[in-house]
Design a binder for this molecule. Structure first.
Ligand SMILES: Nc1ncnc2c1ncn2[C@@H]1O[C@H](COP(=O)(O)OP(=O)(O)OP(=O)(O)O)[C@@H](O)[C@H]1O
Ligand SMILES: [Mg+2]
Length: 259
């Protein structure tokens, strides 16, 4: 069973501590949603797990497949099956979606089997077509430069396409639902559900219950002040939608005063 295990993780940017002890584990086939107010460290967690150089791990651990994640270079993390979809994906001019994905698929195959000669072009084309159909994407997308001139919704769809093609073991999605119209939200959610069926573990960072109407999380966590302060099942997201975060803030405050 592949797991991402995060224990008491502390992360700083410059001299400012952002994550103040995050503990979380995600197994293959589980969907975990992380919610929480703006600026509480959700994206920081995602960037740290992917190895962004601005985020300094000051203490705590993260392991993926039993290996220390922070000993692995960023590309090694993704080759070994950890996928991160960014809140603000960057454009890569001159690299088409198809080329990008083929390179990524080959890197992943080589990581699994060093003798691998790469995916045959026809097989790759069929794989790409199949996944694009699934996500109801126009095939012309494959020939476009990655994220260049993509609309907000198209970028999100392109990310889910990457996941569908790459078949990671654990995927981290940072606000993949933001900026999606209702149809796109459904399609992207179906993509996530499909990943779950294929035993991918998903860490879904989101602000709204609406995506969770389509993707049923096994666990919902609330991050506040750089910590996970509340965890529950899908019903927690519904409760938050109705009552906001104040009751959790109070609970956290009282807990501090009490201790
Ligand atoms: N490069 C940086 N330099 C200084 N502070 C930073 C930097 N990056 C992030 N921060 C701060 O870290 C805190 C957490 O940011 P983060 O992006 O993780 O929040 P978030 O929970 O993802 O918020 P949102 O819901 O708005 O996406 C914020 O106060 C932010 O201003
Ligand atoms: Mg964020």
């Amino acid at each position: 069973m592949v797991e991402l295990n995060i224990t008491d993780l502390h992360v700083s940017i410059g001299d400012k501590e952002i994550l103040k002890g995050v503990t979380l584990s995600v197994e293959q086939g589980q969907v975990h949603a992380i919610m929480g107010p703006n600026g509480t460290g959700k994206s920081t967690l995602a960037y740290t797990l992917m190895g962004h150089p601005s985020y300094e791990v000051t203490s705590g651990t993260a392991t993926f497949k039993g290996q220390n994640l922070f000993d692995m270079a960023t590309d090694e993390r993704s080759r070994s099956g950890l996928f991160l979809a960014f809140q603000y994906p960057v454009a890569i001019p001159g690299v088409t979606v198809a080329n990008f994905l083929r390179t990524a698929v080959n890197a992943r195959r080589k990581a699994l089997n060093p003798a691998d000669k790469g995916i045959p072009i026809l097989e790759f084309r069929n794989l790409l077509k199949e996944k694009m159909n699934l996500l109801k994407m126009d095939h012309s997308f494959a020939g476009r430069y990655l994220n260049e001139g993509f609309s907000g919704g198209e970028k999100k769809r392109a990310e889910v396409l990457q996941m569908a093609v790459l078949q990671p073991e654990i995927a981290i999605l940072d606000e993949t639902d933001s900026g999606l119209d209702i149809d796109a939200l459904k399609i992207v959610s179906e993509g996530v559900n499909l990943l779950k069926e294929q035993n991918v573990g998903v860490l879904l960072i989101t602000h709204y219950q609406r995506m969770l109407n389509y993707v049923k999380p096994d666990f919902v966590h609330v991050m506040m002040g750089g910590r996970i302060v509340e965890s529950g099942g899908a019903e927690l997201a519904l409760h938050l939608e109705e009552h906001g975060y104040d009751w959790i803030r109070e609970k956290v405050e009282n807990g501090r005063n009490g201790s």
